[in-house]
Design a protein around this ligand. Structure first.
Ligand code: MG
Length: 286
């Protein structure tokens, strides 16, 4: 489910769902650039996965790089500077005869997992405020109201190279929420958790989450995709060779988190035009 929110006139979020891939993307750049970027990300990734009979974990990295290049090329062709998009997704991957699910993210769109009625955040934002939290300079609570809370440090379509983080899921079954920051930034974790627990149908849970965001200021676009992973996956205690391999591959291709603080701050301020940062001011550029 997606909603433009209560303030903005254009919805720059996009989503995609199929039985092997679900995505949420939050575009940035304004002037038709944001919705094009998030639309390209979801369409190109969706088509690429649909065209394959099976997806391996190692297929994801080149796919994401290819989509990054396509969005960059579109931005250059249309002189859309600052065009970019986050992406968060979950994909079913073939794993030597067994199947796993892999969550991946670039930027500050998030994946939460519901385990036995308790919610946990699986992804770590690639954002300026997350860097400040990691450095111990601000708390997670302060991050929610920080003036630069919308500034992302990684996005598709911005830099020549981009790397996602990957998380291998080996629960037998679980519920996931993929969402843009219009939801995670404005709706409390307790409300998100209760909503995911209370509504069995994924589409109803997603609609209730949108409703919860609309009960507040809803200054940003809001997108929620609720995914129930129900196929038989390897048990967490199952340390068969394929599962060990897929976890070590995920660790290997996940980008290192550290980055020079000065570089982050420089990038963070580039596209803010000296004006007060707002929901639309989240683009990063080199
Ligand atoms: Mg947003």
């Amino acid at each position: 489910m997606t909603h433009v929110g209560a303030v903005r006139t254009v919805n720059e979020d996009s989503y995609f769902t199929s039985d092997r891939l679900c995505l949420v993307a939050d575009g940035m750049g304004g002037h038709e650039a944001g919705e094009v970027a998030s639309g390209l990300a979801t369409e190109l990734l969706g088509e690429a996965v649909a065209a394959r009979e099976e997806l391996a974990l190692l297929d994801l990295e080149p796919l994401i790089s290819s989509v990054n290049r396509s969005i960059r090329a579109y931005g250059a062709d249309h002189e859309a500077t600052g065009m970019g998009t986050t992406v968060v997704g979950v994909a079913v991957i073939a794993n030597g005869g067994t199947y796993s699910a892999v969550v991946f993210n670039v930027g500050d769109s998030r994946c939460y997992r519901l385990v036995e009625g308790r919610i946990e955040q699986l992804t770590t934002d690639h954002s300026h405020v997350q860097e400040l939290v990691d450095a111990g300079e601000i708390s997670m609570t302060e991050a929610r109201s920080h003036p630069l809370r919308n500034v992302v440090t990684r996005a598709l379509g911005v830099d020549a190279e981009v790397r996602a983080d990957y998380f291998v899921l080996d629960d037998v079954s679980c519920r996931l929420l993929l969402c843009s920051d219009g939801l995670s930034g404005d709706v409390g974790l307790d409300v998100i958790e209760a909503t995911l627990v209370d509504h069995t149908a994924p589409s109803v849970a997603a609609q209730r989450l949108i409703d919860a965001a609309l009960d507040g200021a809803a200054r940003d676009n809001i997108t929620a995709v609720v995914v129930d992973l129900e196929f038989a996956m390897a048990h967490p205690d199952d340390d068969t060779v394929p599962n060990q391999q897929v976890r070590s591959i995920a660790a290997e291709i996940t980008a290192p988190r550290s980055r020079a603080a000065a570089d982050v701050v420089r990038r963070a301020f580039v596209d803010l035009d000296g004006s007060e940062p707002d929901r639309a001011g989240k683009a990063v550029s080199t």
